[in-house]
Design a binder for this molecule. Structure first.
Ligand code: PMP
Length: 355
């Protein structure tokens, strides 16, 4: 342990988020961070090839005009209701800082994206976790009836992949019109339904999405949010009080190019959904169970095999999945959906392991 410093009491200390491992060895089957197994659209490659380094002499456009225009066109939302950030992690962090400034605790599920409590801690936001039901579904009633300073719910939830119906989300938004409700839709393109249309009805709703999963751009770091003009204005004010130039010039162009290729987006997300359904069917034949996932990962459990041991055995064989050593989920593994070939390899391993 590091020796405590004389000025320790003046330091903002926090236990950081632990991201999934990015192994140096390229010869692994990487199913641990919910990345897309397919490359980004060929239009992204073209942007990179045509990009002139001279552009980097100047600061990037702080308003990300080209990207916001592309998002506005693609999603049919006016530009003043769109915010972009360096990955949805950035969008969410800025949103926590902007919207959760009350003494009342914010609420989120007990089993969820493990960055939420880290942001709450670092920004000194009080929070409470509302337990998921035993089947890992969100307890809508508990979310409706809580007295809180804000709400965050991922839909589909992570690491479970379970979706919450639009009607239930609307009930929660309606019940908390005096606070901001953030719906984190990082995985919505794999079969969920976005609550984006509800931003016309509720000023307190912020819908957050990302290019990291369904648009194969985790490495570029592009996230975005839709909300009422007022919410977006407050969010932008906080962002511009930190750093005006967060998204670089190349990334802004790459994002716009990816959005322009709807065909590729539809084709690759469809392939992932098809592979996910195949994986669900095959893995259940081996005795694994899982909550029904509508995302690009499946949260598997086996009554006879310890998840931590299986995680280690998989890793030993160069197959990386994600294990969370946390109450209620420490006997599950989150397996990202890769290519059909990737899934056949992990299935072959699991079949041997469970023989
Ligand atoms: N929300 C959820 C639920 C996630 O799982 C992730 C991915 N780790 C993110 C947000 C952040 O993704 P990104 O910053 O790559 O957009």
């Amino acid at each position: 342990m590091e020796k405590e410093l004389a000025f320790f009491d003046k330091i903002r200390t926090v236990t950081p988020y632990t991201p999934g491992e990015q192994p140096k060895n390229q010869n692994v089957i990487k199913l641990n961070t919910n990345e897309n197994p397919y490359p980004p659209s060929p239009k992204v490659q073209k942007v990179l090839e045509a990009f002139e380094a001279g552009v980097l002499r100047k600061y990037p456009d702080p308003l990300c005009t080209e990207l916001i225009d592309a998002l506005s066109k693609e999603y049919g939302v006016s530009k003043d209701r769109i915010f972009v950030g360096v990955g949805s992690d950035d969008v969410l962090a800025m949103s926590f800082l902007t919207f959760f400034n009350s003494k009342k605790p914010i609420v989120f599920p007990d089993i969820t994206y493990s960055f939420y409590d880290v942001w709450a801690d670092v920004f000194r936001i009080p929070y409470e976790m509302i337990p998921l039901k035993d089947d890992f579904t969100i307890n809508t009633e508990a979310f409706v009836n809580t007295d809180c300073g804000g709400v965050v719910i991922p839909n589909p939830n992570a690491p479970t992949g379970v979706i919450l119906e639009t009607s239930a989300i609307e009930e929660i938004i309606k019940a908390h019109q005096d606070s901001v409700v953030i719906i984190d839709e990082a995985y919505v393109d794999f079969g969920g339904r976005s609550v984006l249309p509800l931003i016309d009805k509720y000023e307190n709703l912020l819908v957050v999405q990302t290019f990291s999963k369904s648009r194969s751009l985790a490495g570029s770091r592009i996230g975005f949010a839709f909300g009422s003009e007022k919410l977006i204005k407050y969010l932008s004010d906080v962002k511009f009080s930190f750093n005006s130039y967060t998204m670089d010039s190349i990334t802004q162009k790459i994002g716009a190019a990816a959005l322009s290729d709807k065909e590729y987006f539809t084709e690759t997300t469809k392939k992932i959904v098809k592979t996910r359904e195949y994986f669900k069917k095959e893995v259940s034949k081996l005795g694994f169970t899982f909550p029904d996932s509508m995302s690009n990962f499946v949260f598997i459990h086996h009554d006879q095999y310890n998840a931590k041991d299986l995680f280690a055995a998989l890793k030993e064989n160069n197959i990386f999945v994600r294990y969370f050593d946390k109450p209620r989920i420490n006997d599950y593994l989150r397996v990202t959906i890769g290519t059909k070939e990737d899934m056949d390899k992990i299935l072959a391993f699991l079949s041997e392991y469970t023989k």
